[in-house]
Design a protein around this ligand. Sequence first.
Ligand code: GLU
Length: 474
Amino acid sequence: MSQKVRVRFAPSPTGNMHIGGLRTALFNWLFARHSGGTFLVRIEDTDRERSEEKYIKALLDALLWVGIESDEAPLFQSQRQGSYHAVVNSLLQSGNAYRCFCTSEEVEARVKAAGVTEEFYHYDNFCRNLPLLENETRSYGIRFAIPENIKRVEVSDLIRGHVVFERDQLDDFIIFRSDGTPMYNFAVVVDDNYSEITHIIRGEEHLSNTPKQILLYKACGFTVPLFAHLPMILAPDGSKLSKRHGAVDVLSYRNEGYLPDALINYIVRLGWAHGDQELFTRSEMIASFSIEAVGKKAAIFDHLKLAWMNGVYLRDVSPEVIIQLMALTDSANLFKKILNNNSHETVVEALRLYQSRVKTLVELEQEITAFFEGPATYNPEDVAKWVTPGTTATLLTTILQVIEPCQPFDALTVGTLIKSLCEQEGLKLVACAQPLRIALTGGASSPGVFELLALLQKEKSLARIKAFARSLAQ
Ligand code: GLU
């Protein structure tokens, strides 16, 4: 590739960043990183009514959280009005655009009167050759004049291949509104040319805009970039992905306690594959990514697989990173309490014991809170399975006697004592371990019981075992 790659992610701040937007950002970013190019972010805020400051912040926050950031200062369309005016004026002068005074009601009335019955009709070019009156006071929009000689527009898409749009699929479209603001198709062309964008990688829903943009590039005398339209992302039932299938907003994954690396690893496989590899580090993604390997077929967003992947990442991440990421979740305040009430080493150890047992950071916080607070009740099924009231109460009393003098109260020492007690009594370890787990956590499924004892330390461990033994005596 002779020209240096420059790509952009161009969200409109009319809502939060959703999964589809994140996939577009990621593929652009990977393409730039793979080819040693530049990745840019442009905020498309020309629609002043629908654009909101809070969405700009949310979009930039989401990008920051996943570690995909613009290589240059983000461009805001609202600050580029001068450029749009300059280019539209030159199009007016060259005859590639014209002022249109028609209201949509007038156009509709005319085309219906001419016998057009379709819901979507073409503009009838009423204003295309109107002479410009000197004392004109009516407000007007500006339309692009599709060149006379155009029979079709051909798009050579890097993913979809050769796509042809016939002339009758296009009409003289509006490029400037009557309030003096540019329309999407026009602003995007002016900005992509200004930023010297070489490849436009975006969602398939924009494919039908591409012939209009190509005509604009040519009329403005700009170099036409290459295009790649990414396949749709659907729900597992094949319908359009929406809230009813679970969260689609990127920041809600942060709030629920997903790890940014896990989310990115999951997203990269939506439409792109590298053999049957599922887990990728960022550098592996960058090294293997190519647009040619993006498929045409719609991708399926599967929450269960994403949760599984999050669990895989959560198992391996360091407790210190967990502490940092926890601060961004819905559990931040509850986790802060745990940090305040326990020593740092104790929290780190608790995270280490529990992190491989959950799928999200929020679940992790819930498990650890329950552990530190101690059992409010004992799981009846586990009790039924592992406890014989009289015998277990006696066993727990013996265990108490054995571990009470234990010094130091660490997993190895306390474990050795309990194991030799089991040997003496002719018991399998599980016969001691499960009632102990129920005593310490309320249930029989938990991390290693010796580690839990060491984490709680002697006083709390003994208190929980005594409380459970007492409950059995009642
Ligand atoms: N602003 C458009 C959107 O959010 C993207 C435009 C483009 O990528 O060309 O869908």
